[in-house]
Ligand binder design. Structure first.
Ligand SMILES: Nc1ncnc2c1ncn2[C@@H]1O[C@H](COP(=O)(O)OP(=O)(O)OP(=O)(O)O)[C@@H](O)[C@H]1O
Ligand SMILES: [Mg+2]
Length: 343
């Protein structure tokens, strides 16, 4: 069984990637879909959202036993490949019913160089097995993880850059959702992100073709590789990045440039003049500013929509919690429809 992989990506930082993966993981699990949330950002913010510091420290210090050969973090799973070992079986953390975490690791940044080195090697005439194994290692680990719990979907959080770790994360990705802010930087960022996605897709295809032609492909008939589909399913527009003192018109000016910019840079399509963001089928959602609910939920290590009066969500907060549940439920259903996931 191969599970679909959905990655939240933008090389612009602070646009809500981690927060979206966290909330959608909880929401899909509450809709009875089994989820593996994979933290491929060396900053490990997603892991910090799910687990207490002491738990993370224990995971990072966990040593692999020879008999078990399991990896407690994504880095621990792929690390043996840099030597002469095999990928270690991922040890997932159960967060809730139908919700599992593949923990991140600050040491993952060490893998950046290994991935960079193997990228050109994977286009050679021979000795392709090692580079192809390393470049596809995130996909291999995520699929092993998904198989152990029979996951319906893998949700991936990555850091804000166009480096080799993210390239490998994207090769492992079937669907890409792009969170954006309504500002100059986000729109400029799309100009880098869209071409990078399209170039990675075509360069991976060349590597797959090169592999299929090779003598090693016949020697390793059971070796599976990701398709590198990387299909953009739409964008999410964040309102929380908006400076409160900024006039509404300024926000609207940038928001209304998003549909054209997304088409041009990400899809390589023509703009539809006059198409407003609210009517754009590629706009998956506008994400509200949840204000004081954010620290409240972080403190309780819960999604915003699960806050209760015991957590301090009373009065207008309780209404906002209720609304956030409706918003994330709608978003999860919209995403499910885009990726063909039956709910
Ligand atoms: N809907 C929201 N309302 C209010 N604050 C939010 C909302 N979503 C995210 N935030 C806050 O905005 C900040 C950035 O969000 P987040 O960490 O999810 O972004 P990111 O894109 O993952 O950042 P990075 O690029 O650093 O990984 C965080 O402090 C988060 O708590
Ligand atoms: Mg993040």
């Amino acid at each position: 069984m191969i599970s679909p992989v959905l990655t939240f990506f933008n090389n612009k930082g602070g646009v809500g990637k981690t927060s979206l993966v966290y909330h959608l993981a909880w929401m899909f699990a509450s809709l009875r879909k089994r989820i593996v949330a994979a933290d491929l950002d060396p900053q490990a913010n997603l892991t910090a959202a799910f687990l207490m510091e002491e738990e993370i420290e224990a995971i990072w210090q966990e040593e692999k036993t020879e008999e078990e050969k399991t990896g407690s973090t994504v880095y621990r799973c792929v690390e043996p490949l840099a030597g002469i070992g095999d990928i270690a079986e991922p040890h997932l953390r159960k967060i809730a019913a139908d919700l599992y975490l593949l923990p991140g690791d600050v040491r993952l940044s060490r893998y950046e160089e290994v991935l960079s080195t193997e990228w050109p090697n994977s286009m050679g005439d021979h000795n392709l097995y090692r580079p192809m194994r390393i470049l596809s290692s995130f996909w291999q680990v995520m699929q092993m993880a998904a198989r152990t719990v029979q996951a319906d979907l893998v949700l991936v959080d990555i850091g804000p850059n166009l480096g080799a770790i993210n390239r490998s994360a994207l090769l492992a990705t079937d669907y890409v959702a792009i969170p954006l802010g309504a500002d100059l930087f986000s729109l400029q960022g799309l100009g880098n992100l869209g071409p990078a996605l399209r170039s990675w897709k075509s360069l991976w295809k060349k590597r797959l073709d090169n592999w299929k032609e090779s003598e090693e492909a016949r020697r390793y008939p059971d070796f599976q590789l990701p398709d590198g589909k990387m299909q953009p399913i739409g964008y999410l527009c964040q309102q929380h990045g908006v400076r409160l003192e900024r006039p509404v018109q300024a926000y609207d000016k940038w928001v209304q440039r998003i549909p054209g910019s997304y088409r041009k840079h990400v899809l390589g399509e023509e703009d539809i003049p006059g198409l407003r963001q609210e009517e754009d089928p590629y706009c998956l959602a506008t994400i509200k500013h949840y204000r004081s609910l954010v620290p409240m939920a972080q403190e309780c290590r819960k999604p915003i929509f699960n806050l209760t009066s015991a957590d301090g969500a009373i009065g207008s907060h309780a209404n906002a919690v209720h609304d956030s549940r409706r918003d994330f439920d709608l978003l999860a259903k919209k995403i499910a429809e885009k990726i063909g996931l039956q709910l």
